[in-house]
Design a binder for this molecule. Structure first.
Ligand code: GLA
Length: 376
C-alpha cells in the first residue's frame, strides 16, 4: 500500500486502552460517519493493543478475545466497511505486545495472512519485547514483506518510537508511516515535548512515509487511558495545528461518541486539514525569525499550488510577538512580491506590507496562514 498523503482516522488506545469491545467500535464507526468526521478524511478506524487472547490458538493463529469481540474480528471489519470506512488492527514485532498479548515475532507471514482474511486495511506494528539480537530493521522488513504478500492492500504503520535510528531504515520496509516520538499523554508538557522531539526529524517526512507524532489527544480533557491533567481548548487547537502543519498522520484519540462541540470544530477545520493533506507533502522548514521567548515556534511549508503555509505557535504561558522576515521564505523586497494571508481559525485576511510579518500570540495559541504570493 502506498499512501500518498498522511493517513487520517481514529485509534482506540488513548481513551480506551484495554477496555475495548465490539459495541464501542460499532458506535465509534457510526459516529465517525454521523459527526461528519469521515467526510473530512478520517477514514481508518483502528483497534490498538489488547484485542486478543493471551495465547494463540491450536493452529498457532491469533485469537480475538471472545468477551470483547464475541462475533470475531471479521464481523467488526465488515461493519466498519459497511460504513464506508477502513479497518485497522495492531500487533508487535516482539514476542509480546506492549500490554503483554502475543506479538507477531516468528509469526509474521501467518499473522499477515490472518489479518488479510479478516479484511484488515491497516496494521500498527509496535516494538515492545523485541529480540535483543535481531536489529529492528530486520523485524520491520519481515512484517513489511509479509503484508506485501498477504493478498490484501494493508497499510503498514510502524511504531518503534524513533528508536534505533528508525528514520534511517524505515522507508525500506514498506511502512507508510512511522512513529517518530515516544508515547503521547493528555498534558501540555507532552505536546510540547513531542513537538520539540520532531525538530531534527522533519527532513525525513514526505510523500508515502510520514513521521507519526502519535495519536491526537484533542478533546480528551483528562479522561481515558492516557488522560492525565488534560488541556484547554486553546491548547488542543494548537496541538492539532502543530500535528497537521508538521505533516503527521491525524489519528483521533478521544471518545468521539461523547465529544463536545469545540472538539468537533477543532478536528473538522478544513483549511488546516487541506494543508496537512497537501499533495506535495513537503517537509516543514523551521524559520529563525525573531522572538524574545524560546516558546515561539515558526514554520513554513511550500504547498503544491505555489502557496505557502505559515505556522506560528506559542508553546508558552506568556503573550509573545514573534516576527518573520519574508526573505527567509524566498521573498526579499527585491522580488517585488509579498504575501496575501488567510488565517485558518479566525478567517482573518490581510496582505503583508513590510519586509517582515509580526504577530501577537496569546499564551498557548497559534496562527496558521495559507499565503498566496502576490505583487507588492
Ligand atoms: C506502545 C505504543 C502505544 C500503544 C501501546 C499499546 O506504548 O507506543 O501507541 O500502542 O503500546 O500497548
Amino acid at each position: 500500500m502506498v499512501k500518498l498523503t498522511p493517513p487520517m482516522g481514529w485509534n482506540s488506545w488513548n481513551t480506551f486502552g484495554e477496555n475495548i469491545n465490539e459495541q464501542m467500535i460499532f458506535e465509534t464507526a457510526d459516529q465517525l460517519v454521523d459527526s461528519g468526521l469521515a467526510g473530512k478524511g478520517y477514514e481508518y478506524l483502528v483497534i490498538d493493543d489488547c484485542w486478543s487472547l493471551k495465547e494463540r490458538g491450536e493452529d498457532d493463529r491469533l485469537v480475538a478475545d471472545p468477551q470483547k469481540f464475541p462475533h470475531g474480528i471479521k464481523t467488526v471489519a465488515d461493519y466498519v466497511h459497511s460504513k464506508g470506512l477502513k479497518f485497522g488492527m495492531y500487533s508487535c514485532a516482539g514476542n509480546l505486545t506492549c500490554a503483554g498479548y502475543p506479538g507477531s515475532f516468528e509469526h509474521e507471514f501467518l499473522d499477515a495472512e490472518t489479518f488479510a482474511s479478516w479484511g484488515v486495511d491497516f496494521l500498527k506494528y509496535d516494538y515492545c519485547y523485541h529480540s535483543p539480537i535481531i536489529h529492528g530493521k530486520y523485524l520491520y522488513r519481515r512484517m513489511g514483506l509479509a503484508l506485501q504478500n498477504c493478498g490484501r492492500d494493508i497499510l503498514f504503520s510502524a511504531c518503534s518510537w524513533g528508536a534505533d535510528q528508525t528514520h534511517e531504515w524505515i522507508k525500506e520496509t514498506g511502512a507508510s508511516m512511522w512513529r517518530s516520538t515516544g508515547d503521547i499523554f493528555d498534558t501540555w508538557e507532552s505536546v510540547k515535548d513531542l513537538a520539540r522531539q520532531q525538530e531534527k526529524l522533519h527532513p525525513y517526512n514526505g510523500v508515502g512515509c510520514f513521521n507519526d507524532m502519535d495519536m491526537l489527544i484533542v478533546g480528551m480533557h483528562g479522561k481515558g487511558n492516557v488522560g492525565l491533567a488534560g488541556c484547554s481548548d486553546t491548547q488542543y487547537k494548537t496541538h492539532f495545528s502543530l500535528w497537521a502543519f508538521l505533516g503527521s498522520p491525524l489519528m483521533i484519540g478521544c471518545d468521539i461518541r461523547t465529544m463536545d462541540e469545540a472538539t468537533l470544530r477543532i478536528l473538522s477545520n478544513e483549511e488546516i486539514i487541506r494543508i496537512n493533506q497537501d499533495p506535495a507533502c513537503r517537509q516543514p522548514v523551521k524559520l529563525s525569525g525573531f522572538c524574545s521567548d524560546d516558546n515561539g515556534l515558526m514554520y513554513y511549508r511550500l504547498l503544491s499550488n505555489g502557496d505557502l503555509a505559515l505556522g506560528i505557535f506559542n508553546l508558552g504561558e506568556h503573550t509573545i510577538r514573534p516576527s518573520i522576515n519574508l526573505d527567509e521564505m524566498g521573498l526579499p523586497l527585491s522580488t517585488g512580491k509579498t504575501l496575501e494571508l488567510h488565517e485558518v481559525w479566525t478567517n482573518e485576511r490581510f496582505t503583508v506590507t513590510n519586509a517582515t510579518l509580526s504577530q501577537t500570540l496569546e499564551p498557548f495559541d497559534c496562527k496558521i496562514f495559507r499565503a498566496k504570493v502576490v505583487d507588492r
